[in-house]
Design a protein around this ligand. Structure first.
Ligand code: F0G
Length: 482
């Protein structure tokens, strides 16, 4: 994507790709959307895709693939062991990251399962800039706990700090002093920090984290799932990266880490996962778990076709015109929402546009799942499916207490190269309408609450009949159909 300036001086994010294959979409009526939401237990994860107009749930596994990725899939070498596809992908990873060893896994959380199984034991902790849901679940399942040590800026919804995903180096040193090396399984840094609004980390911060972990003899693990967006921000926002190529940056990040892993549903724009390292001993400790949990070492639970698509997708990550598409479209959407007064996370990050649910719905307290209610309301009034990223996405502690999330966000993901500008403008318009009518939206309560990762399958219900009132007002303003 390129920012071009129009003749009236406005900036326009201009696509440097064209559409070759399309999928038909449906936009159900408001009444039907309400019915669908009720059937889905007011949980956007449980909606059927056929009932969704714009699927902004996630960017995971739903990014548009390039023609070259599709073509590469035909060259896949299908075999249980020793597939040529594996060696091609391994070589690309080595070329881009400079790492020698590659362990395939079927997706990001499968990598986390292996990492947590090998390195986390009862009573240990994992300091990190911020947790991701599946990462935390795997660490806790192995008896460990997560210690979050981002800079204070991470918790500020609106800010002009360029790297809100950074780790607080003093806090890292303090955790190491307090816990001691034996109680720390590893230190984890997440690029493009997901749950605080896709906020990037800086190369300078990563260098400092690495210096501390090396001095303390601790492992540093980089979650590179959202590295594509983060690389765009490094090139745009950090002076030391201006004269580096994307590959230089990727190599240095891998060099500073002991282990890098990623969900290739995001990085690589296909469907899979990878753990990479240059450390033979670490590789050998993790290796036996791949055939145990995933599949043979040369496919790790992935389809070889997907591995070919990842291989090509990773090469395309080196193209700034490509990796800028997501962040620039997100910035466009964020700015349009700000123009309409809608509260959003700033600066605009990667992955998607993030709404501040507590400001959006000041009448709905956090223990009534503000962001969950907002995500449900957005679907009802627009057919747009977002994702709750707040208290519902937390898990109860061992005593059953429910921690309130640091932030109550609704994420409107913009999978890369998928939506058009008119679709984005439609979503902005309906969300702005909802903001005008926010007093109509009420809270949610549990109907059925699962124990693990409850946000995936949990069923909720509205505390009052607010959904009916919302649809009534919507029909008054827009008529029966849309
Ligand atoms: N790490 C990060 C930073 C992620 O965003 C995700 C997934 C994972 C790990 C796990 O990877 O899905 O391939 O198992 N994020 C998706 C999302 C689910 O919607 O944000 P996975």
């Amino acid at each position: 994507m390129k920012d071009v300036v129009l003749s009236d001086g406005r900036k326009l994010p201009l696509e440097l790709h064209k559409v070759k294959i399309v999928q038909k979409l449906n936009l159900p009526s408001a009444e039907d959307r309400k019915k669908n939401m009720e059937e889905a237990g007011f949980n956007t994860f449980l909606l059927k895709n056929r009932d969704v107009f714009l699927d902004m749930l996630t960017d995971s596994g739903v990014n548009a693939m390039s023609d070259l990725q599709q073509a590469a899939m035909l060259t896949a070498d299908d075999s249980y062991a020793g597939s040529e596809t594996f060696y091609r992908l391994r070589d690309t990873l080595e070329d881009i990251f400079g790492t020698k060893y590659f362990l395939p896994a079927h997706q990001g959380r499968a990598c986390e399962n292996i990492l947590a199984s090998v390195f986390v034991s009862e009573g240990q902790c994992v300091p990190m800039n911020y947790h991701f849901t599946t990462t935390k679940a795997h660490i806790m399942r192995n008896g460990g706990e997560v210690v979050e040590i981002p800079t204070d800026e991470a918790y500020k919804i609106t800010s002009d700090v360029k790297f809100k995903g950074n780790m607080d180096i003093d806090k890292l040193k303090a955790v190491i002093d307090e816990k001691g090396k034996e109680k720390i399984a590893f230190v984890r840094m997440e690029a493009g920090t997901n749950l605080i609004g896709g906020q990037p980390i800086s190369l300078d911060n990563f260098r400092k984290v690495s210096e501390v972990t090396k001095a303390a003899g601790l492992l540093l693990v980089l979650d590179a799932s959202l590295l594509g967006d983060n690389l765009h921000f490094l090139k745009q926002r950090e002076d030391i990266c201006k004269n580096m190529t994307i590959k230089d940056i990727m190599k240095e990040l891998a060099d500073l880490s002991d282990i890098v892993y990623f969900s290739a549903r995001k990085l690589g724009a296909a469907r899979g996962g990878a753990i990479i390292t240059s450390n033979e001993e670490l590789f050998e400790r993790m290796q036996p778990l791949v055939p145990l949990f995933e599949g043979f070492l040369t496919y790790g639970g992935m389809s070889v076709k997907e591995m070919e698509a990842i291989n090509q997708g990773l090469k395309e990550t080196l193209d700034e015109d490509n990796i800028s598409q997501g962040p620039q479209f997100i910035e466009f959407m964020t700015e349009k929402l700000i123009e309409k007064g809608v509260p959003v996370v700033t600066p605009a990050g990667g992955l998607g546009c993030h709404l501040d649910a507590l400001k959006f719905l000041p009448n709905v307290p956090q223990n009534e799942y503000t962001a969950g209610a907002l995500a449900a309301a957005i679907y009802i009034i627009s057919g747009v499916r977002g994702m709750e990223r707040g208290t519902l996405s937390e898990q109860r502690d061992k005593d059953g207490n429910e921690p309130l999330a640091d932030m109550e966000l609704v994420r409107l993901a913009l999978p890369r190269r998928v939506f058009t500008m008119s679709q984005v403008l439609y979503a902005v318009d309906r969300i702005a309408w909802l903001f005008e009518n926010r007093d109509l939206v009420g809270g949610l309560q549990w109907k059925k609450e699962p124990e693990i990762l409850r946000f995936f399958f949990g069923h909720l219900q509205p505390k009052t009949d607010w959904a009916s009132k919302l649809v009534k007002k919507f029909k008054e303003d827009f008529g029966e159909e849309l």
